[in-house]
Design a protein around this ligand. Structure first.
Ligand SMILES: O=C(O)CCC(=O)C(=O)O
Length: 283
């Protein structure tokens, strides 16, 4: 059994970087306001599962989410190389400047310790930076009935090429890495703290090991807010990935089988987003 890292110290090794306090206090404040203004979605894993069924049988994602760059809807299946490429990534809104600035500062860390995405279109160093991200909202649902804690993320690997960069904001989340074929115990457990950045890449951390979030601590500071009804938010993570541009598709370019599955979500997003309103208008 490996020791749990408390997340106060940096970890720098080939294919894995953990950088506590990489995000400045001012940047964290800007991110909190930005995340607070978005309207995340509770997505269903499968098209057509009713909310009632999903709550009972776990068909709903374990947390509300929002994507930037490209939205990968769970019901369409996620982009993953080599096979799951087409008709999965709907063009999303661009990153806000505060996110892009933090990413730009990570170029040196990426060059030193991580395998880059090979992009033949450009030889610019920044081409190694990811172009999409998933924003995860971790907390507790406090509507009717028993409050339900959704502060977890099931074991998975991310299938996009190149490094995955993760920002953490709010209460510490326990990030665990494991290879279930070798042992049910994690090989690394780390409390990812407010303002930290974690980067995974390469054959060990990205391709062999699965990762998951099993707990999120409770606490008062920093205070997070969300427009989502009946949800007590306590941590937000952002995981940045690279999706080759040719696989990012506008709504009107998707086949009808895909648009019919995601139309309700896009309509919901369009209520608060000019970008998604425009995507619908082009159909
Ligand atoms: O919440 C985290 O820190 C992990 C996020 C993650 O694994 C993902 O978005 O794929």
């Amino acid at each position: 059994m490996f020791e749990v890292q408390d997340g106060r110290q940096a970890i720098l090794q080939s294919g894995f970087s953990y950088l506590p306090q990489f995000i400045s206090v001012a940047e964290a404040g800007e991110l909190i306001d930005y995340f607070g203004a978005l309207r995340p979605l509770w997505e269903q894993r499968f098209h057509g599962a009713s909310k009632q069924r999903s709550a009972k049988h776990g068909r709903r994602l374990t947390r509300p989410v929002y994507w930037l760059g490209a939205w990968q809807f769970a019901c369409l299946g996620y982009y993953a190389e080599p096979e799951h490429l087409n008709d999965r990534c709907l063009r999303g809104e661009p990153f806000p400047a505060v996110m892009q600035n933090i990413l730009d500062r990570l170029v040196e860390v990426l060059a030193a310790s991580h395998e880059h995405v090979s992009d033949t279109d450009t030889d610019n160093e920044k081409s190694a930076l990811p172009n999409t991200c998933l924003i995860n909202y971790y907390g507790r649902e406090v509507g009717q009935g028993q409050p339900r804690d959704y502060a977890r993320l099931r074991m998975h690997r991310d299938g996009e090429p190149g490094p995955v960069i993760m920002f953490s904001v709010g209460q510490p989340g326990l990030l665990e890495f494991l290879d279930p074929e070798i042992s049910p115990d994690p090989e690394l457990s780390l409390w990812t703290r407010h303002r930290s950045v974690t980067i995974l890449s390469g054959p060990n951390f990205k391709d062999r090991l699965y990762h998951r979030i099993t707990q999120v601590r409770t606490g008062r500071e920093p205070q997070l807010h969300t427009e989502l009804a009946d949800f007590e938010l306590r941590r937000i993570s952002v995981s940045f990935r690279s999706v080759p541009e040719q696989y990012i598709t506008d709504f009107h370019e998707l086949p009808d089988t895909a648009t019919s599955q995601i139309a309700d979500y896009v309509e919901e997003l369009a209520l608060h987003s000019k970008h998604y309103e425009d995507q619908l208008a082009k159909k």
